[in-house]
Design a protein around this ligand. Structure first.
Ligand code: NAD
Length: 387
């Protein structure tokens, strides 16, 4: 049956230099006081002071909350809410990679409720808010997570040692600015890891079960852009076209994954929470093993994808392209190289099974199946995962 729920995401200004349109767009909302949420690394980048100055020139009073950890934690959000209140802000401008954007979106959510953050976990029914979530503008400075076009955030619960996905439809930013020049300073490693995150989103969305041809089409084009631009973005950091294409691919991945994600993400979340590797890097390491596990269900679909991307060779052609890309990006082949240990596999497998993305993996995966994938990924072996 052709049935599905679709949401086309938010207004996006895409193109180099378009950050200059930010002050005008804030003023258009009649807003005079804004809180910028970001992390210390991004706050120290050359363009950052210019953004603040441009807003102040437009008579917008700006406060900056920049104490966001990589993989934000609940305390970051609470501190951001205090900064929002102290400044009497009327909106949040989230600038950064996924960590800054997720924290900014979560701060906006938390200003609208007195409930604990975890009540908004994606697995629960969204509770009523005390007041509307203030407007959020999102300006990504990495090209990977696509958080700028999403209604979800990822916040780590240090007590449980878990990455929690929070969801509220009004966390969808009102405006996105995709300005390639803001990503010129991204080092090659983070460019590669975040780019593989964008690939993982498009890929898992593409083969997630369900009827959403919008998502399917967006995902295929998102992967084509990654194929065209990622290696260039790594080797030529100021290649504005490659950077712009990667920003688009990242937004497309997160647009497409409203259809669902799968076991790459289910496994990546507990590994990230326990071993603190970069999310995109962990996804990249796991990708071939999850592909091999899913092979019996996705073989035909992957052959169609391989043909669309011009890599040919059916399922194996796509898998080999991923392996080659990973190797050219200097991404490790095993999770052992991410410091994952054999004695953690039972815990990781159980947590991965419980992850909200697991039901959307095309091949059903219980904790035993998750463990099997982890063992393959630990020892660098793709053999037998499809059985
Ligand atoms: P990140 O935001 O943690 O940033 C990584 C590093 O890059 C930081 O040190 C940051 O200061 C630096 N950086 C950012 N932009 C830069 C630039 N232009 N130049 C130089 N340095 C720059 O990394 P990320 O991969 O963008 O985000 C990861 C987070 O996003 C994780 O917490 C992950 O769980 C989350 N995530 C969220 C979603 C979602 O839908 N909300 C999806 C995937 C991942």
């Amino acid at each position: 049956m052709l049935k599905g729920n679709w949401r086309i995401p938010t207004e996006t200004l895409s193109g180099p230099g378009r950050i200059s349109e930010l002050p005008g767009r804030v003023s258009d909302l009649g807003i005079k006081r804004a809180l910028i949420v970001t992390d210390p690394g991004v706050a120290g980048l050359p363009f950052f002071a210019g953004i603040v100055a441009s807003l102040e020139k437009e008579n917008i009073a700006v406060a900056v909350f920049k104490d966001v950890h990589p993989d934000p934690i609940a305390d970051d959000v609470a501190a951001g809410v205090r900064a929002y209140g102290a400044h009497e802000a009327e909106m949040v401008i989230a600038i950064g990679g996924g960590s800054g954007l997720d924290c900014g979106k979560s701060v906006a959510l938390a200003t609208a409720t007195s409930l604990p953050l975890w009540d908004f976990e994606i697995t629960r029914t969204s509770p009523e808010l005390d007041r509307p979530i203030p407007p959020i503008f999102a300006i990504p400075t990495t090209a990977g997570t696509g958080s700028e076009v999403g209604r979800a955030t990822v916040v780590t619960d240090l007590t449980l040692g878990r990455k929690i996905i929070l969801l509220h439809r009004d966390m969808l930013p009102r405006l996105v600015i995709l300005d390639a020049e803001l990503t010129f300073g991204l080092p090659p490693s983070i460019t590669a890891w975040t780019g593989m995150d964008a690939l993982a989103h498009n890929l898992e969305a593409y083969y997630a079960p369900g009827w959403n041809p919008f998502a399917d089409g967006i995902a295929v084009e998102g992967m084509r852009l990654v194929k065209e631009a990622l290696l260039t973005a790594v080797s030529e950091p100021k290649n504005v076209d490659a950077r712009g294409k990667m920003l688009a691919a990242a937004s497309m991945g997160a647009t497409a994954f409203q259809k669902g994600l799968g076991a790459i993400h289910s496994l990546s979340h507990p590994i990230g929470a326990k071993f603190h590797g970069h999310h995109g890097l962990t996804n990249a390491v796991l990708m071939p093993y999850v592909l091999a596990f899913n092979r019996p269900i996705i073989e035909t679909r992957m052959a169609e994808l391989a043909a669309s991307l011009g890599v040919g060779g059916g399922f194996d052609g796509f898998l080999n392209w991923v392996l080659e890309l990973r190797s050219r990006l200097k991404i490790p082949h095993t999770i052992a190289e991410l410091k994952v240990t054999e004695d953690s596999l039972d815990f990781l497998a159980e947590e991965a099974f419980l992850d909200p993305n697991t039901p959307d993996n095309p091949r059903p995966a219980d904790a035993g199946a998750m463990r099997k994938i982890l063992v393959g990924a630990l020892h660098g072996s793709l053999d037998g995962l499809d059985r």
